[in-house]
Design a protein around this ligand. Sequence first.
Ligand code: LLP
Length: 432
Amino acid sequence: MRPGLQRGEDGSLYWEEVALEAIAARFGTPCYVYSRAVLEANWRAFGQALEGRPHLVCFAVKANSNLAVLELLARLGAGFDVVSGGELERVLRVGGDPARVVFAGVGKSRAELERALEVGIRCFNVESGAELERLEEIAAAHGVQAPIAPRLNPDIDAATHPYIATGLRDSKFGLERRQALHCYRHAAAAPHLRPIGLACHIGSQVLDLKPFRETLKYLLQLADKLRAEGLEVEHLDCGGGLGIRYRDEQIPATAELGRALGAVLDESKTPHPELLLEPGRAVAGPAGLLLTRVEYLKETTAQRFAIVDAAMNDLLRPALYNAWHEIVEVRAPDPNVLAKPEQTWEVVGPICETGDLLGSGRRLRPAPGALLAVLDTGAYGAVMASNYNSRPRPCEVLVDGTEARLVRRRETTEDLWRTEPHPPKAPGRKHN
Ligand code: LLP
């Protein structure tokens, strides 16, 4: 069983001390449910892993940008990694400290750069020469200095899904070594730029410590070179990417990542720069689950389908990356049902695409109306939801001990066309 999740004596699943059945009855399904305790424990593990060394942990807002989640982390002193103006505004909205925000992304717009400069973020992780030029021009126009860290593409294989590997030579991310050095030197000489660090993010759902060690070594070596030229490097940002156990993956603990990075730093002869990390999934992933209800069971000669009320618009990961999320029955089947053998089910949603599935080949004993929990969906779950098939996006609930609080209401039908100008209803027809 996952941290925070337990089966009560009544045979029903509890997330912290709240029965998931009670949440479904109160808020409906599909519904994302987050555990404050798990989120906080995962967050604190990063601080503990780097204790005793200068560091800043910046939560990757893209993993879960719910204001309640961000507020909770901001209260714990979190830094934030943002990749858009929208994410920056969310951080500011919950009182997050802009001086602890790093801004990555290959396509930062003029407006986004201006706003981030205006609020005084900690660092722009610059991904191209053209971006640096634009930033310099804006900073000059405003008479300020922009703090920057070139983001490097180290050509390190994170051995993950190709869509989420970002550190290979042919990816759109980061700068090649030569270009990064050029940016750093240029920024050091430019009155409106201030180079403060070097950054990397090699990919996501990384299962092994080796790529992290290599990344830090790569950055240290570059920092040495710059220092030899008389240029200071205050921080090294190793990005995010630590994987989580979705199925049976062997994942190093956060503490092990801290030890591995610490060992690399200790081996290097140069003064230790501040270490930045940008975890998203490892903090939020295991802290969330998606509650969904079985609508119908359908058996064909080829397959058994459990058709549930959540779909790829609610949770895109299985459809997009062929990702595996554990699916469990919220109420343990009663003894009569348990006596029957488990069968293999395709857990699918109502969307009109064959790719709309949440889990394939699952050993379950589903019944119509039964509640299922799709686990480890706290990261890249709700944030990737859409209105495809004109389905309102699900609600989000935060559990804290015995309390459950709605932190995003379910969208209504009206919400679906809120931003679309539309003609008045045709006269003479009643739509109630
Ligand atoms: N920093 C940067 C610059 C990133 O691009 C990312 C993730 C992170 C940090 C956080 O990585 P994490 O610790 O969460 O692995 N939608 C995909 C994941 C995309 C990740 C993109 N970048 C998924 O559902 O697996």
